[in-house]
Write a protein that binds this ligand. Structure first.
Ligand code: GLN
Length: 240
């Protein structure tokens, strides 16, 4: 049997990594190892290293507006190459601040316009109140749960599909009940938590898609998710 191996690329881990977002990497490593799949972790300080590192799953986290400003130039410098990789099916999970910057633009509270990588057709505007609390989302991967904390209101382009519908919380903009987005194999979401730890079905979706991208089967042996599901159940019942 051919030994399977997945490379996880962690984008801007110093600047964009809040509310346990690093846990998304750890969750993937855990779930891959449980299936006997080798994992390789690459910390990416520059977007230009994604292609040469042969990344299979790209993970990006949240961060303050100021930190988004710090990485924006680097992001733009490699945006074309990244767009090509995403068009070819690179699996990405972008949380909050990186979700915003994968879009076309983010207008901060000061009115500064941070041009995004334009990987996904979403646009974000900061507001003067923050959307903070636990969030529950009805999705293809079950009732997902996470924690959101953002001032940005994100609006999806007409052709962009949401990750799910908000049951509790605010989601993309607190108005249209959408949360996150899915474009090809690129997932954006406001759910911190870390989102993959409490939503094992969704975590496996990323892994399956990455294996399919390699030309293999995306099928995964089941593992015992009783603790993860219990954690999600408790989190879903928590007040906002
Ligand atoms: N700075 C962004 C906002 O507040 C992102 C916050 C975050 O990543 N948690 O909208």
């Amino acid at each position: 049997m051919v030994k399977r191996s997945i490379t996880i690329g962690h984008l801007y881990p110093k600047q964009m990594n809040v509310y346990g977002d690093m846990g998304n990497v750890i969750t993937l490593q855990y779930r891959l190892k449980a299936r006997g799949i080798d994992t390789n972790y690459v910390s990416l300080d520059s977007i230009c290293n994604i292609k040469k590192s042969n990344v299979d799953i790209l993970i990006g986290g949240g961060g303050q507006d100021s930190n988004q400003g710090l990485i924006q130039q680097d992001l733009l410098s490699g945006a074309n190459e990244l767009k090509q990789l995403c068009d070819n099916g690179l699996v990405c999970l972008m949380i909050c601040g990186m979700y915003q910057l994968f879009g076309t633009k983010f207008v901060t509270q000061d009115g500064d316009e941070l041009i995004g990588a334009g990987i996904i057709d979403v646009e974000t505007r900061a507001s003067n109140d923050r959307l903070i609390g636990n969030i529950v989302v009805d999705s293809q991967w079950g009732k997902m749960v996470g924690f959101e904390n953002h001032s940005g209101r994100t609006y999806l382009g007409n052709a962009v599909k949401e990750l799910g519908k908000v049951i509790k919380g605010a989601g993309n903009n607190g108005g249209d009940k959408t949360e996150g987005c899915v474009v090809n194999n690129v997932f954006g979401t406001y759910m911190h938590g870390p989102v993959l730890a409490k939503n094992p079905e969704f975590a496996d979706e990323l892994i399956s898609r990455a294996l399919v991208q390699q030309g293999g089967s995306g099928s995964l042996d089941p593992i015992d998710d009783s603790l993860e599901n219990l954690a999600a159940q408790i989190a879903r019942a928590r007040p906002r």
